[in-house]
Design a protein around this ligand. Structure first.
Ligand code: SF4
Ligand code: SF4
Length: 438
């Protein structure tokens, strides 16, 4: 990969069709005539003032799409309930520290789940959409609550003409045929955590007694894969130094019938176990680019290849996404602990750094708005000078707080390749997004 010259105001990249620029402000992409390509390079070498003058000269300067004003009091749009802060697996790197977040293993009670759902539904207007997610630990340890909460949320939403989406992230070991019917009935997005094929997975995600879990998970996931109509079943891989060969894994999971397959780098683990270092991240980037090339060739050939890191990036680039935050944590999205604490997201559950209220009394307004002010991408360094700032949004808040920003070259390298893929796919499959929707 050759990364072209860049500044914070413009980022150049080459596709099969020639040279292009991304103007980060507004995430706008332009094709460059060859004489202009030289002009851009010269301006970038000369510094930010020269780039600003160039954008002005060609009518590309504008008043900033994103100002410094942080979000204030945005409505809650999504909650994830930690219905079971306990787990039957013993994954070495688990952010929930074995599912209990460092505390006593426990289940969420019905009054807490009900209060959380009422808060979510009450915050929405008729016609709007909200999302209710179930996480753990392993949420199916508390299956009865998952079912009661889902039925209750669906009823409440229907009565108020609100659309509600459901999702669950599970280790897959407890899935049953009845779960398949239930998830299909309510149109769940089911994410199964898988860290490789066979032994690779078993090494990273064993049962607490040490036995491997892969064979059991695949046997239990199969009925769900076979029944996907309203339900979508995806695989999510946490990438550590022990499972960094991604291309064969992606092929295998796509062939197995998952609706999508995605990879997340392990950047911050309790005790630092299995975190990726710089050389690992560069290896992962090479693997991701290999997966992206396969995605591109399959897509151009008209075949579905659901590599979700790429499909999601392409959707965002196509929409011209430019965002002041990396995610909705503490804005429209919160994690609810078993005791009813409202935390910035599922990863902050029971972490005082991310406690922003509780389901009974609601959000602590000043604390929540201070979080949003603090986490705006313009307040992050070195993000305010980074060309990728409005595509990236400044990185996962949890990882930034606990590990800093070790993955910026990885993020920029990946986004650079996504921009190239976007132009290539649009050139050869201009119907890609309409075909994806149909
Ligand atoms: S986290 Fe890194 S890649 Fe993302 S905007 Fe900040 S500096 Fe850029
Ligand atoms: S803070 Fe990190 S883990 Fe939490 S929602 Fe945002 S990206 Fe995800």
């Amino acid at each position: 990969m050759t990364e072209a010259a860049h500044s914070s105001l413009v980022h150049a990249f080459d596709s099969q069709r020639g040279r292009h620029i991304l103007v980060p402000d507004g995430s706008r992409i332009y094709d460059l005539a060859s004489e202009l390509a030289l002009e851009v390079d010269t301006a970038v070498s000369a510094g930010e003032d020269a780039v600003a003058r160039l954008l002005e000269r060609y009518g590309l300067a504008s008043s900033p799409y994103i100002d410094d004003v942080p979000l204030q009091d945005p409505p809650i749009r999504a909650l994830s309930l930690a219905v079971a802060q306990k787990c039957n697996l013993g994954c070495a790197y688990c952010y929930a520290q074995g599912g209990d977040f460092g505390g006593v293993p426990r289940n969420m009670s019905w009054p807490i789940a009900r209060a959380a759902i009422e808060r979510l539904i009450d915050a929405a207007e008729p016609g709007q959409r909200v999302n209710l997610a179930f996480l753990g630990g392993e949420p199916l340890v508390n299956r009865a609550l998952v079912r009661d909460a889902t039925a209750f949320a669906a009823d409440q939403a229907k009565a108020r003409d609100i659309r509600v989406g459901f999702s669950i992230t599970t280790n897959g070991t407890l899935l049953s045929a009845e779960d398949a019917s239930f998830f299909e009935e309510y149109g769940f997005a089911v994410t199964v955590s898988l860290d490789g094929v066979g032994d690779t997975h078993d090494r990273l995600r064993p049962f607490r007694g040490g036995d491997g879990s892969y064979a059991r998970i695949m046997a239990r996931v199969k009925p769900l894969l076979d029944r996907q109509q309203r339900m979508q079943v995806s695989a999510r891989v946490t990438v550590t130094p022990l499972n960094i060969q991604l291309q064969d894994m992606l092929d295998e999971f796509v062939a197995t019938g998952f609706h999508s397959v995605g990879f997340s780098p392990m950047l911050s683990a309790p005790m630092g176990r299995l975190e990726l270092n710089q050389p690992d991240l560069m290896t992962m980037l090479e693997e991701m680019i290999g997966c992206a090339r396969k995605f591109e060739s399959e897509t151009v050939a008209g075949r579905r290849y659901p590599f979700s890191n790429m499909t999601e990036a392409l959707r965002q680039i196509h929409r011209g996404i430019h965002r002041p935050y990396s995610c909705g944590a503490g804005a429209g999205y919160f994690g609810v602990s078993a005791e009813g604490g409202l935390f910035a997201c599922h990863r902050f559950v029971d972490d005082e750094n991310g406690r922003l209220g509780d389901v009974k009394d609601g959000l602590q307004r000043d604390k929540r708005n201070a979080w949003l002010a603090e986490r705006h991408v313009h307040r992050q360094e070195p993000c305010s000078k980074c060309w990728a700032r409005y595509l990236c949004g400044g990185g996962c808040h949890h990882e930034v707080i606990y590990r800093g920003r070790p993955a910026c070259d990885f993020i920029r390298g990946w986004l650079h390749h996504c921009l190239i893929t976007y132009v290539n796919v649009m050139e050869q499959r201009p119907d890609f997004f309409s075909a994806e929707r149909s």
